[in-house]
Ligand binder design. Structure first.
Ligand code: CAA
Length: 384
């Protein structure tokens, strides 16, 4: 590895690995069938300090670095990707945005409830007609005395139903484009916030993805995050961190798929020998492991840059782009190595394959990551 993990980082990895294998993996296949939200696991994760990992200790968090966080998130994703996405949005986008933009009063009031997992956070940016282009959003917030009144529909919201608080973006100045978007923390229950349609998804089935309908939803002005007009930047910065999290989810699921494929190849006899003896399969295993290692390095590199306070937007997009495409190749190969059994729910690889499919889509598609990366290169004044 390019850099050495510290003893503390290794300890966190090993603690979360043990927890994930014992507590989270046990129910993952069943939850995939029943779509039951992993509330119990998330409560335990709150107790273990996994639901506010990068939040400073004074607000109930662990004050951990991003490298520790991606190690933990990868382990949870190896066990259950549906649990991991809830952890990821909650930590990377919700908690971090409040740490970054919240007032002292907001941090003291809201963060301890999030870090203890008393409530789970959601982030509502996407709308039915504004996915890759969030500046085209239509939701609006109008100031009315000490409140804002929000109207609009948000779509594909991770944990929309099971969250206790959602950061929602809405236009406070229609004429100002992305500079007219603001962010608000809306706590549930709120009579103006209704959970709409719940998606029936290919993967990540135990994590709910819903519409959120804001109908004259009144929010105290003290719940505005940052200044009026900060909403787009809050979202973009949140997504920078979130994208490292998607790389971590990808690495975790890919590792689980490789482990399953190796276990199967070592146990399966064909033509009088274990199929792991065939060079054709050994080369596939070597390629899978190499791709996972490359993705890990990109993930660690972006996380370490973030920890050092450097600009890491491009590296986060590179890590997300490479890792999310990598895991789609790896899970497909893992099924191929299982033959017909890989196509059945008797083995976990078909779940990994379905869960991984969204990684190249959410928190910015692969195409959006390529825009971010190429923009960063072309705007770099140090380059010719
Ligand atoms: N950090 C800080 N500021 C940023 C930024 C970043 N990473 N990226 C852009 N900005 C700022 C720019 O500096 C600019 O500010 P000024 O006007 O003050 O100069 C402003 O934002 C607008 O920038 P752009 O002109 O580059 O913006 P754009 O409209 O062209 O869009 C984009 C850029 C990268 C395509 C962006 O729209 C984008 O990331 N789209 C994808 C959205 C996305 O990822 N959605 C996922 C939904 S959330 C989700 O999936 C969560 C979940 O539940 C799992």
């Amino acid at each position: 590895m390019f850099f050495k993990l510290t003893d503390e980082q290794l300890m966190i990895q090993s603690m979360v690995r043990e927890f994930a294998r014992k507590e989270v993996a046990a129910t993952a296949a069943e939850r995939d069938k029943t779509k039951e939200f992993p509330a119990d696991n998330l409560k335990q994760m709150g107790e273990l300090g996994l639901m506010g990992m990068m939040v400073p200790v004074e607000y109930g968090g662990e004050g951990a670095d991003t490298v520790s966080y991606v190690l933990a998130l990868s382990e949870i994703a190896s066990a259950c990707a549906a649990t991991a996405v809830v952890m990821s949005v909650h930590n990377s986008i919700v908690c971090e945005s409040i740490v970054r933009y919240g007032s002292e009063e907001q941090k003291k009031r809201i963060l301890p409830r999030l870090t203890s997992a008393e409530i789970i956070g959601a982030f509502a940016l996407t709308e039915p007609h504004a996915g890759s282009d969030p500046s085209a959003q239509l939701a609006a917030a109008v100031r009315d005395g000490d409140d804002y009144v929000i109207n609009g529909t948000k779509r594909f919201i991770t944990t929309g139903e099971n969250c206790g608080m959602v950061i929602v973006t809405a236009k406070t100045d229609e004429a100002a484009g992305h500079k007219g978007i603001s962010a608000f923390m809306v706590e549930k229950p709120n009579p103006g916030l209704k959970v709409g349609h719940t998606e029936d998804k290919l993967g990540l089935r135990a994590s709910d993805t819903t519409d959120l309908n804001f109908e004259d939803c009144r929010v105290p002005a003290e719940n505005r995050l940052g200044e009026e007009g900060d909403g787009f930047k809050i979202a973009m910065k949140g997504l920078d961190g979130g994208r490292i999290g998607i790389a971590a989810q990808s690495v975790g699921v890919a590792q689980a798929a490789l482990d399953a494929a190796v276990k199967y190849a070592k146990g399966r006899d064909q033509f009088g020998q274990k199929i792991s003896k065939f060079q054709g399969l050994r080369w596939i295993i070597a390629d899978m492991a190499t791709e996972i290692e490359a993705a890990k390095q990109l993930m660690f590199s972006a996380a370490a840059m973030k920890d050092r306070g450097e600009k890491y937007t491009m590296q986060a997009s590179m890590a997300k782009l490479f890792a999310s495409e990598m895991v789609n190749r790896i899970t497909a190969k893992a099924i191929q190595m299982h033959g017909g059994y890989g196509f059945t729910s008797d083995y976990p690889v078909e779940r990994y394959y379905r869960d991984a499919r969204v990684f190249t889509i959410y928190e910015g598609t692969s195409e959006i990551q390529r825009i971010v990366i190429s923009n960063s290169i072309l705007k770099d004044k140090r380059k010719p």
